[in-house]
Design a protein around this ligand. Structure first.
Ligand SMILES: Cc1cc2nc3c(=O)[nH]c(=O)nc-3n(C[C@H](O)[C@H](O)[C@H](O)COP(=O)(O)O)c2cc1C
Length: 215
């Protein structure tokens, strides 16, 4: 049975990114996979600290040496066939929790050897799900597609398996926009997106999860 692990980088455990990941996991489960969702929010961890323990010859198969709450998450990732990573876009990048997770996961499997670029001896497929305020029309001009492709390509290079990204645009950030300084957004438009576009986005996540579980 395939093991599919989803990592939610959003601090919100029940909103856009978490829902997108749950839908992807539902898709994976429909293909017979065993699924698990981990929220990074609440865990105590750092990004890579450049100790190079993972690069030492004697540590070829070792998990990242930092002993914090990320360690069991990395152990679960190493036992997975598919890793789904969900991140909200923060200031035109992935969020800090997700970046810290990826630094740790990817660097511990990466080598500086030409003959063996990844320590992995099997392929782990990966999917990156991004949620954001930006609209579809802004994905190219803001350089978001390039950014997402960069992360998907890096995951492919280190984890060796197929890697895809899925951008969920124009999300509803607040349930009540009137409470926040947010006049650049039209609450009616956001409501419409939530009711009409977001369900389609969730469907695309379901299909992504199912597709990767069948790889
Ligand atoms: C700190 C912060 C920075 C953000 N920066 C961007 C941004 O640069 N571009 C964008 O499209 N959305 C940005 N957003 C909006 C979020 O990406 C968007 O609301 C996302 O769907 C939130 O995911 P969540 O509901 O899972 O928390 C930002 C939100 C926060 C909290």
């Amino acid at each position: 049975m395939k093991k599919v692990l989803a990592i939610n980088g959003s601090p919100r455990k029940k909103w856009n990114t978490a829902m997108a990941l749950q839908s992807a996991l539902d898709g994976a489960a429909s293909a017979g996979a065993e699924t698990k969702l981990v929220h990074l929010m609440g865990l105590k961890f750092s990004g890579c600290v450049s100790c190079f323990a993972c690069k030492r010859h004697e540590n070829n198969a070792a998990i990242c040496a930092i002993k914090d709450d990320m360690r069991p998450v990395l152990e679960a990732a190493m036992e997975s066939d598919v890793i789904l990573v969900g991140s909200p876009v923060y200031f035109s990048n992935l969020d800090a929790f997700t970046i810290a997770f990826l630094e740790r996961l990817l660097f511990m499997n990466y080598t500086y050897s030409m003959e063996q670029p990844s320590k992995l001896t099997r392929k782990i497929a990966s999917g990156l799900i991004l949620t954001m305020n930006a609209t579809d029309a802004l994905l190219e001009p803001l350089g978001y597609n390039r950014l997402f492709k960069h992360y998907a390509d890096t995951m492919h290079r280190v984890l060796l398996g197929q890697s895809e990204f899925l951008a969920i645009t124009d999300t509803m950030q607040f349930t009540d926009y009137s409470k926040y300084m947010s006049s650049i957004f039209d609450p009616e438009h956001k409501k419409k997106m939530r009711e009409e576009k977001f369900p389609q986005d969730l469907k695309a996540c379901y299909e992504l999860g199912r597709r990767l579980a069948l790889v």
